[in-house]
Design a protein around this ligand. Sequence first.
Ligand code: PLP
Length: 426
Amino acid sequence: MAELLADDRAHVWHPYASVTDPLPVFPVASAAGVRLRLADGRELIDGMSSWWAAIHGYAHPVLDQAVRTQLDDMAHVMFGGLTHAPAVTLARTLVEITPAPLEKVFFSDSGSVAVEVAIKMALQYARGTGRLERTRLLTVRRGYHGDTSGAMAVCDPDTGMHHLFTGLLPRHLFAPAPRPRFDEPCAEHDVADIARLLDEHQHEIAAVIVEPVVQGAGAMRFYAPGWLRRVRELCDVHGILLIADEIATGFGRSGELFGCDHAGIGPDIMCVGKAMTGGYLSMAATLCTDEVARGVCASEAGAFMHGPTFMGNPLAAAVANASIDLLLTSPWRSRVRDLQVWLEQGLAPARDLAGVADVRTLGAIGVIETREPVDLRVIQPLLVELGVWVRPFGRLVYAMPPYVMTCPDVAALAAAMVEAVARTTG
Ligand code: PLP
């Protein structure tokens, strides 16, 4: 293990990490159900679902088998000029389960690329429909949409990476983050700023992009479905496309299959990823309406100009099909509802801690927001010592467990989070 760690330190670059001043990493040997087994033999309850993805837990026999079966036919073939049953089945399913009127599916290999694809679709649509000056996007503060340049440019301008790449990113429009909480109504003044921006900049906006109902990696905030409904209406009034980034919310995490379902709206373009393959393989998709697809293809290029090498990967598509089947045939809705209740109960004691600003839950998401940023170097090893895998960032110590986690495991997970926050905040 010492050698592995030494080699890791010598050669491997971890996410959001420095190679000169690295953060601690923990060698993991295997994962099964809701537990990660570290190379030193310790077992951790997994509160992260590997960044929202492993909704069925690890080493699920149905998903393992789906990969094996597909492997007997083919692991990968290019998607230019070829097609195959796993991808076609997945596209049909996605169209069936996502809000109408999404019709067409473009596959890619990660969430960030799915967002790039969505943005490019909106821009090509603007050109194809003769509105050449519509080259900007409008979004809200506190958002997160990925780490590639196009996606970065619509992340929160303060907590995102804008200041690091000043002058290099396209300059988009930012409305305040949605104010009303999830269970509050949306008043007209709550959409006044975004309405004004849409009004003033209508001629140059190609699309509005938002994370429906849950602002994830940028803030872990839950906002009112009524706000999303109003934004849909405003987009319609101004003839502007609405892009729903469901990469974090998709496949049940917030208590509905998609975040848009809370508001009963359909976007013009939707991105999904993460949980689509049950966390097995990297795959994402961008869906759009027939209207958007036709507009894109009416642009000068006559086609949508994108084509990743691993687009539609059969192994990933096969396991995505199995994962979605597994989800839809499981009592996922009641499981997610139970998780919300158990997380709420387990995290409640954090409300009494002086260092805690807020505790909130929605669906299978539980958040402790601290008053000051947590020190990852201190809290991460402590969480491991307490037997759980949770990866805090900034002022957020949060859990998004696999949907199959039991009540005692959620209780242990939440207790460890509260304990770690109690011990590391003032
Ligand atoms: N969009 C949202 C809402 C996300 O939460 C994420 C990742 O956290 C992304 C996009 C980027 O996805 P990926 O990390 O697969 O590129």
